[in-house]
Design a protein around this ligand. Structure first.
Ligand SMILES: [Zn+2]
Ligand SMILES: [Zn+2]
Length: 769
């Protein structure tokens, strides 16, 4: 019996070769009908014998037939009247180009088919560094505007040759409507210059061979990739890596590395099954992996941390380069962002030559413009689940879906550190890529431009603007300056917890545990470690880390001596005297005068704030253990403290839960401080002390959650905040909470650090308008 169905599909089904796949399957099965894009997804009308239409649906969802990048979120089928004498199955392209929200997809790592062709001497793209197809290649980084068509990308200046055009227009071809299609004859080209921009080589093969030669000689080469420039250097050559550190003015932050084969990464780091999948995924992020002992990676690549950040090649140029590197006997490269310290990633050729002239010895550049700079994403594994620490290339602009449509378009400004911003439109939250720390003037400029670009790209007209409660945040000031919009200020840690709720499609209420550095509180204090009863509608502060005084506002997040003195003064109160603790404090600050000044400042309360920051407690403890006394980059000391832990230590320090105010519960760490100092005096190892410290915090957070459950009968806990980027702590918290019968939610798709704040703000605002 002949039947006709209308099938409506949502998810990632536009711009990924979905319609051609539908077409191929339908024709193959002798079905008639039509497929077209509309504003929410893809609609198929399908006519034929019932067993054939059933087979169609099975095959459309099978790995063999579904386009690799497609993701079906929902699929609804209804019977409709049969159309007599319908011809063959067709693709209707005249309709809407589809929704602006679903057209632009993320940049995708080079696919297997393209890798096969680039290595095939018979193929006309043999050795071509910009090979791509519908299943791979740049997208987001080259889009200027919608509709997503070649004239609206940076590929518009390259006129397709006949061979490329033939593939682009052939519906059964892998390159049908693949906008960046190109070949050696018609597409972008590479060249190698010295650090003044003088051309060294332009012939593709020779450019790559010479680059490999320079790298093997210990030189630093700036390489233009998909989302911006990298600075590359031999990761096994310590002298060369140190030179890069010195020139880049990045004293301590670990460098990421790149390899062409998973086997190479396995030589230097422990790669679990999930980690391997993640490394090989189409997003191709940097994955943080436990270091192997005694490995020959240059020590200065990643000091003071227990992990290496590795990624696999994700652009054809990378693969071609590694082929040559292998011939030079080289193994893995440092591939770190092409910028100076905390400035934005550089994406254009001329500025790269200008700014990096004293950093790189040579420049491997190309003439395909990058329209949006996109950093490499960073991921680590928590209980074998991928958790994003920096969300950018490969993930942005993939949206986070909501159950209900937003009643109005929303802009959420994010936080000032590790900034991202977010738009809410229809049933989607679209988070920007990692923008950076807004206090850098260039980053702030980039932030303003990016907001405008994405607003246009996704056709968002926000009438509601969400931002942090902190009046001093640049992002808050930007939000307040938007004329004619309703502004909603949202408490920092509420936004953290809301980001978890948004990701999990949960509206709350839940018990929210925020373990964080700093955020402006509703009482004017600097909040940090909070237990909130939170939904997307409202929150209540149930408990927090007992306040301590912190001297010297801005300096306090860098200089560990400040929180160290604060914790000692709080723990010992009137009995604190500097002489008694000189032995300990001199480890952190050898200048006794400075110790005295800060100490007096605390006693008198001059330029001091009350805080429940947990990040600063980590700083103080790390410094007491001589792991450093200054955060040269965010969370350097906490990371060093986590790195020294030996697993399988169950002991912990004591803490107290007090109810002094009669209102909110307080987690008091005075006992912990005293016991920890006694352990240092006893000469206990850092690894044991650090484990006892972490275990104490996990136990303290658990007790707060239990008290909250007792009082509210809620049983779901949401974990967020920058301190939960600490793998040991979050794994232990999840374990303890689950053992106690809680269900536990935590951030995976957006970072639990301030990179996730904008999503939380948008989700709260969406609930309020
Ligand atoms: Zn491909
Ligand atoms: Zn061509």
């Amino acid at each position: 019996m002949i039947q006709r169905q209308r099938i409506f599909i949502t998810g990632r089904v536009q711009g990924v070769g979905f319609r051609p796949a539908v077409y191929r399957i339908a024709r193959g099965l002798g079905l008639s009908g039509v497929v077209y894009n509309d504003t929410k997804g893809v609609t198929i009308e399908l006519q034929g014998k019932k067993e054939k239409t059933t087979e169609f649906l099975v095959r459309l969802q099978s790995d063999a037939d579904k386009p690799p990048l497609a993701e079906i979120k929902s699929l609804d089928v209804v019977e409709i009247p049969v159309i007599e004498a319908e011809g063959k199955f067709t693709i209707r392209t005249s309709d809407s180009q589809g929704s602006p929200l679903s057209q632009v997809t993320a940049d995708i790592a080079t696919c297997r088919d393209c890798l096969g062709e680039v290595a095939d001497k018979e193929d006309f793209r043999y050795g071509y560094p910009f090979i791509n197809c519908t299943n791979c290649g740049p997208r987001y980084s080259i889009v200027k505007n919608i509709p997503y068509d070649r004239p609206n990308t940076t590929m518009s200046v390259f006129k397709m040759c006949d061979r490329c055009a033939a593939q682009y227009t052939e519906i059964t071809d892998r390159r049908f409507h693949a906008q960046p299609v190109a070949c050696g004859e018609c597409g972008p080209k590479i060249r190698l210059t010295d650090n003044k921009g003088k051309t060294i080589e332009t012939q593709t093969e020779k450019v790559i061979a010479e680059t490999a030669h320079l790298l093997s000689a210990g030189k630093i080469v700036a390489i233009k990739g998909i989302g911006g420039f990298h600075l590359a250097v031999d990761a096994l050559n310590n002298k060369a890596v140190e030179k890069l550190r010195e020139r880049k003015k990045r004293d301590h932050k670990p460098f990421a590395m790149m390899a062409d084969l998973i086997e190479k990464i396995k030589k230097y780091a422990i790669v679990s099954k999930s980690a391997e999948q993640l490394l090989k995924s189409t997003q191709s992020p940097i994955v943080l992996l436990p270091k192997k002992r005694n490995c020959p990676i240059a020590p200065s690549v990643a000091e003071g941390v227990s992990t290496y950040g590795f990624m696999l090649c994700y652009a054809p140029l990378h693969y071609l380069l590694f082929e040559q590197l292998n011939d030079c006997g080289m193994d893995v490269l440092v591939m770190t962002s092409g910028n100076i310290s905390d400035e934005p990633l550089i994406r254009k050729n001329e500025p790269a030559l200008e700014r990096l002239t004293d950093v790189a010895d040579a420049f491997l550049m190309h003439d395909r413009k990058i329209y949006r700079q996109v950093d490499d994403s960073i991921v680590h594994l928590v209980a074998e689940q991928a958790v994003l620490l920096r969300r950018a290339r490969g993930y942005v602009p993939s949206p986070i879906f909501t159950e209900e449509n937003c009643r109005q378009d929303i802009f959420a400004a994010g936080a000032d550190l590790k900034n991202t911003f977010c738009f809410a439109k229809q049933n989607q939250f679209i988070c920007s890529e990692h923008i950076g720390d807004l206090e850098d003037a260039e980053v702030y400029h980039h932030y303003i431009n990016s907001i405008e670009h994405l607003r246009k790209l996704f056709e968002v007209e926000p009438k509601v603007v969400a931002c942090d409660l902190h009046p001093g945040y640049l992002s808050t000031q930007y939000a307040l300056s938007s004329v004619g919009s309703k502004v909603i200020n949202i408490q920092h840690h509420w936004a953290h917890i809301a980001s978890v709720l948004a990701e999990h499609g949960h509206s709350g209420p839940v018990i929210g545990l925020a373990a964080d550095g700093t955020g402006y509180g509703t009482d004017g204090a600097v909040w940090g470690c909070e237990c909130l009863i939170a939904s997307l509608e409202k929150f209540e502060r149930f408990g927090h880390l007992a306040y301590y005084q912190l001297a010297g506002a801005d300096k306090a997040s860098k200089e560990a001596v400040r929180p160290a003195l604060s914790l000692l003064q709080k723990a010992y109160g009137g009995k604190f005297n500097l002489q008694k603790f000189e032995w300990l404090l001199k480890r952190i600050e050898p200048d006794i005068n400075r110790l005295q000044i800060i100490s007096e400042q605390l006693e008198k309360g001059v330029n001091c704030v009350e805080t429940s920051s947990l990040g600063r407690v980590f700083d103080a403890v790390a410094a007491m253990l001589r792991l450093g006394s200054y955060n040269h980059f965010d969370a350097q000391l906490p990371m060093a403290l986590e790195a020294v832990i030996e697993n399988e230590i169950e002991e912990q320090y004591n803490f107290e839960l007090t109810n002094r105010t009669g209102e909110t519960l307080q987690l008091d760490l005075d006992k912990m401080v005293k016991e920890l100092i006694a352990d240092i005096q006893k000469g206990l190892t850092n690894s044991v002390i650090s484990a006892k410290f972490h275990n104490c915090l996990a136990a303290g957070l658990l007790e707060m959650a239990k008290a909250a459950r007792e009082s509210t009968k809620l049983n779901t806990v949401a974990l967020s905040g920058g301190v939960f980027c600490n793998r040991y702590l979050i794994i232990r918290c999840i374990k303890l909470l689950k053992e106690t019968g809680f269900s536990v939610l935590f951030n995976r798709d957006v970072p639990s650090n301030d990179g996730g704040i904008s999503l939380g703000q948008a989700a709260i605002a969406a609930q309020q308008v």
